[in-house]
Ligand binder design. Structure first.
Ligand SMILES: NC(=O)c1ccc[n+]([C@@H]2O[C@H](COP(=O)([O-])OP(=O)(O)OC[C@H]3O[C@@H](n4cnc5c(N)ncnc54)[C@H](O)[C@@H]3O)[C@@H](O)[C@H]2O)c1
Length: 547
């Protein structure tokens, strides 16, 4: 997933390149050339319609009428918008209807080719298959049609004037545009659940579009925006404004900041504010914040009036790639973390990576541990990409490639939770690094952050896997090197290995489980096993201990 280097990597996301414009501007030739250079699939909507209907375009116009043709175009636009990695050349009138432009335009980079009328005439001189140009005075007809369509063409975000340019030169410009694409693009990932599906939308500036997207999702009326003071001061105004613009009546509901407040008492506070804000069964709860807010608001949404709709608006890296996805919501109990919870699938998850600009470095590091974990569990290309990117990973989050990194980490989790929505098996792999990590977290009295503990835990798991002969030794070097580049610890201080073992075993015994380990077999592949000798674990821990 060389996301930062090469434009063609966009084929792995939901991006298409859509080339539109008036007839004779070179859409098909340019599209074909762009597709050839990027190695993407080329689709010409006119040709596809001809193939499907079994007639040429002039035959369709004369025998079935223009209305029939436009209907075919509309269907095709909806269909193609769901696909990825396509270069699509549209018919000249295909994107004039707003509905078609919206569908294809949001699926990737939309470019409109323009051209001087004289050159269009020259290019079309020998062409006879354009039914709309059958009139005797071609020039006049072209000018009239162009005038009719000018406004719609102008509304496309990128324009390239092809007058005097070769096909290769225009293709080059389209590909250059692709390099900048992404600033306004929205990545969409669909998650299938036992009861349906929901969408994760990822794009810079999405917090200002919450209202519009929630409305598109069918949500209406009163909504409760759950947040804490820190996040409220930063982002609530933007979200509230977008909600109001879209016709919602939002109420801000606040809980104190911190894991210490992820409790039933805080849920009680939220119920009070929901009632005061007159949130009814048809309303929705919007969780704006990190994993703590997502879990709390999610639990409140699962139980208030036997369940109201939930929208996750995660603002920490950890919540974006992990906590907001998968439908688990919970609060802590004095006897343990996340002991009281539910499965509550959101209607929508909206991720605005720009929110990460205000997150402090320690929180970012915790998130990076989860991103690296995703690479280890299910995406060698994500792992390799992180290895290759520049040496300022904490700052580069605002680059487009970072959006792709977050999306890829999400895809790893989505694949797992789709397979195991109620955590009865496969989800265990998400606990890579947790058997060791959780013990270290507990021993430190939670002064070691979760992400830091997972980081050390992943290294311990890798060493164990190598010692068992499950995993190639090279991984043992690559993982710590990557974690260190992201400022994460790979060794621990203090505790005797026996103490750590005891903490690992006690925790599991308390829950009546066997001590299970998630171990890497390779980068991007893990196994779950309970067959790890204690002596081996102690040896691994000894070697990871700082003295
Ligand atoms: N439900 C799940 O599947 C799941 C998975 C993983 C973790 N979790 C839970 O997530 C929680 C940890 O989440 P977290 O790491 O996001 O911690 P957090 O929610 O406590 O957020 C960390 C801190 O960052 C602040 N913050 C949030 N967004 C910010 C922003 N954009 N700018 C500045 N500050 C911001 C928060 O107010 C908080 O002080 C834990 O309770 C954990 O149990 C749940």
């Amino acid at each position: 997933m060389e996301v930062s280097k090469c434009a063609s990597d966009k084929s792995q996301t939901c991006a298409n390149i859509v080339i539109t414009g008036f007839m004779g501007t070179g859409k098909s030739k340019v599209g074909l050339e762009v597709a050839r250079r990027l190695g993407w699939e080329f689709v010409d909507t006119d040709t596809l319609i001809e193939q499907r209907v079994g007639m040429t375009i002039p035959e369709i116009f004369s025998q079935q009428g223009e209305g029939f043709f436009r209907q075919q175009e509309r269907q095709l636009c909806q269909e193609l918008a769901k696909r990825q990695g396509l270069v699509i050349a549209t018919g000249g009138g295909a994107l004039i209807p707003e509905e078609n432009r919206q569908a294809l335009g949001t699926s990737g980079l939309l470019v409109c080719l323009t051209c001087d009328v004289r050159e269009i005439l020259r290019r079309l001189v020998q062409v006879e298959d354009r039914p709309l140009l059958d009139a005797a005075d071609r020039r006049e007809r072209i000018e009239t049609l162009l005038a009719e369509r000018r406004e719609a063409y102008r509304r496309t975000p990128h324009q390239i004037d092809t007058t005097g340019l070769t096909v290769e030169e225009v293709a080059e410009r389209v590909i250059r545009l692709l390099g900048d694409w992404g600033e306004a693009a929205v990545e969409r990932i669909v998650v299938r659940t036992p009861t349906g599906s929901y969408g994760i939308h990822l794009g810079k500036g999405l917090l200002a579009r919450v209202g519009e997207l929630a409305r598109q999702q069918g949500l209406r009326g009163r909504v409760a925006l759950v947040t804490n003071r820190t996040v409220r001061d930063l982002y609530a105004a933007t979200v509230i404004e977008s909600l109001r613009k879209a016709g919602f009546e939002p109420a801000i509901c606040q809980v104190p900041d911190g894991e210490a407040y992820k409790t039933l008492d805080s849920v009680g506070l939220l119920y009070d504010q929901f009632i005061e804000g007159r949130l009814d069964r048809y309303g929705a709860v919007l969780a704006l914040g990190g994993g703590v807010i997502g879990d709390l608001a999610g639990f409140a949404a699962a139980t208030y009036m036997r369940g109201v709709s939930l929208v996750q608006l995660p603002t920490t890296l950890l919540a974006m790639v992990d906590a907001s996805i998968g439908g688990k919501v919970a609060v802590d109990h004095p006897k343990g973390k996340n002991l009281i919870g539910a499965f509550k699938q959101p209607e929508l998850v909206l991720i605005d990576p720009l929110a990460l600009a205000t997150l402090d470095e320690a929180e970012m590091r915790s998130g990076w541990a989860e991103v690296i974990k995703a690479g280890m569990i299910g995406s060698p290309s994500l792992f390799e990409h992180l290895e290759e990117r520049g040496d300022k990973p904490l700052l580069s989050i605002l680059r487009h490639s970072s959006v792709q990194v977050i999306a890829e980490a999400i895809r790893v989790k989505v694949a797992i939770v789709e397979e195991d929505p109620y955590e009865s098996g496969r989800r265990a792999v998400l606990n890579l690094g947790h058997t060791f990590g959780h013990a270290l977290e507990v021993l430190s009295g939670f002064t070691l952050r979760h992400g830091e503990a997972v980081s050390i835990g992943m290294v311990a798991a890798t060493r164990t896997a190598v010692a068992l002969g499950l995993c190639d030794e090279a991984v043992e070097g690559r993982l710590p090197a990557l974690l260190q580049r992201f400022g994460l610890p790979t060794r621990y201080e203090g505790y005797e290995p026996r103490e750590v073992w005891k903490a690992m075993a006690t925790d599991k015994k308390r829950r009546g489980e066997k001590l299970r380990f998630v171990l890497p077999r390779a980068i991007g592949q893990v196994v779950v096993t309970d067959k790890v000798p204690k002596a081996m674990v102690l040896e691994v821990l000894e070697k990871l201990r700082e003295r």
